[in-house]
Write a protein that binds this ligand. Structure first.
Ligand code: TXA
Ligand code: MG
Length: 315
């Protein structure tokens, strides 16, 4: 349990321009005062993150949303009412108060209200919105436990240890067109969930939107050893020194390690365990990892998105 006192101490670090890693319901974030460009610059340095990759700003109240974003129409309030606090990031026209470094120079800002007590209290006590990417080195596996943050970012000022995150995969990122929403990054909240309150846009995502959302295009989430997604071709492959990341299937050949995302095909459980198991396998002495694909429905779409970005190729 993280005490009130620890949260206040961490909030003080944020106020003074430092970095704090904190849990959200999705993954751990590496936070700084979103309105302090020097503090935000430290996030990019410590993550070795390229400056073209914009950060998500975390808020604890709708009042914060109204300070950070402009041209808020009813749809934003409908989404906020239905999905916040929760794993939905909405990309909106930014106000002048948001420093360019946060948005990589874009005129939009990604905003979300996390569904985690520690995160919300940290934001409230810091008295400012908190810009936070996932607390991992750029391109590597996202952290779902405090120890994952320590492994990749040993030098940061403070880590609030709130135990394992409860969703395990980063938020869904959307933006709004005049006729509806489009998804820039898949997550727990699916197209079907969103369609219950807003139409899906008929206008295609344009090239600018794709380029502005690097989480959408770049290879990401990679363990430090090759990962392949299992097709049907394991013939002739020596897997004695490999790991199998299973979604319930027991392979009929020898592997050095078998880890289960779920033993009975449960997608929510698989999402929670995905990064945790990849961390375990990255730290093991196997030569490569073969992951069993999961069904592309519900959060399975986001799991496959992460596996495909982590993967070298299909087998
Ligand atoms: O669940 C999450 O979203 C976690 C926790 C910590 O909140 N955060 C997270 O941040 O995943 P990060 O930095 O790993 O991913 C941010 C991604 C960017 O790579 C980009 O794809 C999208 O969010 N994004 C942020 N601001 C954007 C903008 N203005 N326009 C388009 N995409 C944006
Ligand atoms: Mg990330």
């Amino acid at each position: 349990m993280v005490s009130e006192q620890e949260i206040r101490y961490a909030a003080e670090i944020i106020k003074q321009g430092g970095l704090v890693a904190f849990p959200t319901e999705t993954v751990y974030g590496l936070g700084a005062n979103a309105l302090n460009p020097l503090a935000v610059a430290r996030i990019f340095t410590s993550k070795e993150r390229p400056s073209f990759d914009p950060l998500i700003v975390h808020i604890a109240s709708i009042a914060d949303l109204e300070i950070l974003a402009e041209k808020l129409d009813d749809r934003v309030y409908i989404l906020a009412d239905k999905f916040w606090p929760g794993p939905l990031t909405i990309v909106l026209p930014k106000s002048k108060i948001v420093p360019d470094i946060v948005t990589s120079g874009l005129n939009t800002v990604g905003i979300r209200m996390p569904d985690n007590r520690i995160a919300l209290e940290l934001i409230k006590h810091a008295g400012c919105p908190i810009a936070a990417p996932s607390a991992n080195k750029f391109g590597r596996i996202s952290p779902t436990k405090a120890q994952h943050v320590k492994k990749q970012l040993p030098d940061i000022d403070c880590i609030l240890d709130g135990g394992s995150t409860t969703i395990g995969i980063e938020s869904t990122v959307i933006t709004l067109h005049s006729d509806g929403f489009v998804i820039l990054r898949q997550g727990k909240i699916t197209k079907e969930d969103l369609e219950k309150v807003l139409p899906y846009s008929k206008q295609d995502i344009d090239q600018n939107e794709i380029m502005s959302s690097p989480g959408n295009i770049k290879s990401h989430y990679s363990p430090n050893k090759p990962l392949y997604i299992l097709g049907d071709n394991l013939e002739g492959l020596d897997t004695k020194n490999a790991a199998f990341l299973s979604f319930g299937t027991i392979p009929d050949r020898e592997f050095k390690i078998i880890e289960f995302l779920s033993e009975n095909g449960n997608l929510d459980e698989a999402a929670i365990k995905l990064f945790e198991k990849l961390h375990i396998l990255e730290d093991s002495d196997v030569e490569f990892i073969i992951a069993e694909p999961v069904p592309e429905k519900g959060i399975g779409i986001a799991i496959m998105d992460r596996l495909q970005k982590a993967a070298h190729k299909y087998l």
